[in-house]
Structures are given as C-alpha cells and as structure tokens.
Design a protein around this ligand. Structure first.
Ligand SMILES: [Fe+2]
Ligand SMILES: [Fe+2]
Length: 293
C-alpha cells in the first residue's frame, strides 16, 4: 500500500485508530478510470469531510462529560477512538484535497463553503428549536448522528458495490476510500450511543433524530451537487458524458451508489433503530484482510 500505516488502540476501544499517511503525489488528475465526471463526484464528497468531520468531533466532545454518560467507561473509550479515527480521516482528505487543488480544482473554496454551511445551519436550527427546548448541543449531536448514518451507509455501498469499485483504478485512492469506509462502519454506533445516552430514547428523541436526517440529507444533496457542478464547470467538463457517468454510477437504479443506499437509509426511521442492527462485520473482515489492516 502507498501509505505508512501505524495502528494503535490507546483508548482500549472495540476498534483501533490507524494513522495512514497516504502519499497522494502520484494520484492522476482523473483517478476514477480517467472519468472526469466521477472523479469530480468523489472530490465533491471529499471536500465535505475536513469541516464535516471536525463538526462531528466537536459535537461529541461537547457532551462527553454529560452526567448521563460521564461514568460509562466503555462508551468513553469508544468516543476517544471515534475522535481519533475522524481526525485521521480529516488528515487524509486534506491531503487528497490538496492534490486535487494542485491540478487546479478549487477544493479549498469548497472546504470553506462546507464550514460556512455547517456553522450557518447549526446556528439557525438552534434558533428554530429554542422555543421547544432544543439546545445547540442537541442540534449538533443529532445532526452528527444523522450524518454518521449517511457516512456508514455510503461506506457500506463503497465496500459492496462492485461497479464503483471497478472504477477506482488508482490504488492509493481506492485504499484511501476503502480504509475510510471500513472505519465509518467500525465507529457507526458511537455518536448514536452518545445521543441516546444523553437525550434518551423517547418520542422527542425520535422526532429530533428523524427530522434531523431529512434536513441533513436535503442540505447534503444540495451542497454536494453544487460542489460537483462547480468543479465540472471550472474544469470545462460540464457535458453529457460527465453527467451520464455520474447518473449511471451514482443515481441509476441498477448500479448507483446513492440509489443503493435507499433501504439502509430508511431503516433510521424505524422506532428502536440502532446502527448495529446492520451487521457489517464479515464485510469489514474481508476488506481489512484485503487492505492488510
Ligand atoms: Fe470519517
Ligand atoms: Fe464517522
């Protein structure tokens, strides 16, 4: 693997933290099998991660000393490892984003936009929620929980959808996305367990987490689509060929990664849902062996 892997588990959690240090220097401009449309689709996703994952870390950190979970030693270990994994994801996506920027694709601006959208939306939602007793901590944590369900679901698609895997012809990028996908599934229950630990399992929590998922998904779809259109336009690649491959591999019923997420995404609306209801252990074992992790 084109990376210097260092695996630690200082927290003693159920999953480790892996420092990857990928070398993105030799990643080609259109690393998705030479396809500009799909490469920009993935770059538009990658642009969301540095600010997005910092938000996840901050949201969980803000409530980890809450009396309801402060003495839950097992959960505290999981939180530490969750923070460690997300921090490593940010580091690697910053590295890849810089390599896309090197080719003239303006990911830096998109990274700033992501932060502005997150900060603007979270503050606005806290103002809306205040009259019904919803605090800023609740807004942040429930958004994190919803977005973690999204990342775990798109991650399991990346690990199972062979159509998209066949397009990842650059080994470094394939390893980076698959490592991230493995870890999103390893820690998928952490933010959820913190949310339930702090805010309980009642009707109010259910209403909060499900409405958050809808708001988070609409926002994400708009922002990622705007980023994609911007990257394509700046690169003079906003054409039928690009749109056709994006449709086929992201949104078509037979091959699409996003359409393939539908059933798993909807499980979040089930009362009593828990992320571990979706057992991805054997899938993770297979991919960890493939990546030598
Ligand atoms: Fe992540
Ligand atoms: Fe995550």
């Amino acid at each position: 693997m084109n990376a210097k892997v260092n695996i630690t588990n200082r927290a003693g959690a159920s999953f480790p933290v892996r420092r990857m240090n990928f070398d993105f220097d030799a990643v080609p401009e259109y690393w998705m099998k030479g396809d500009a449309g799909l490469t920009h689709f993935m770059t538009a996703l990658s642009a969301l991660f540095p600010a997005g994952e910092k938000f996840f870390i901050d949201s969980v950190r803000a409530v980890r000393k809450h009396p309801a979970i402060a003495n839950d030693e097992a959960l505290q270990k999981e939180i530490s490892a969750f923070i460690g994994q997300e921090a490593m994801h940010t580091q690697e996506h910053v590295g890849f984003n810089a390599s896309a920027q090197k080719y003239g694709h303006d990911v830096d601006t998109l990274d700033c936009y992501t932060d502005k959208v997150i900060q603007g939306t979270r503050k606005f939602m806290a103002i809306l929620g205040k009259p019904v007793g919803i605090t800023q901590e609740m807004v942040d944590l429930t958004a994190t929980t919803a977005l973690e369900h999204f990342t775990a679901t798109i991650a399991s698609q990346l690990l199972t959808n062979t159509h998209i895997q066949e397009l990842m012809t650059d080994e470094t990028m394939k390893n980076m996305w698959m490592w991230h996908a493995i870890e999103e599934n390893e820690h998928k229950a952490v933010a959820y367990d913190v949310f339930e630990g702090v805010f309980g399992k009642g009707l109010k929590s259910y209403a909060l987490r499900t409405s958050s998922l809808v708001i988070a998904m609409v926002t994400l779809l708009i922002v990622q689509s705007y980023f994609l259109a911007r990257l394509l336009k700046q690169d003079n690649q906003l054409n039928l060929d690009s749109l056709k491959s994006i449709y086929t591999y992201a949104y078509s019923p037979s091959k699409g990664v996003i359409t393939g997420m539908g059933k798993e995404m909807l499980m979040y609306f089930k009362p009593g849902f828990h992320p571990n209801d979706l057992d991805t252990n054997s899938l993770l074992e297979k991919w960890k062996a493939k990546l030598g992790l």
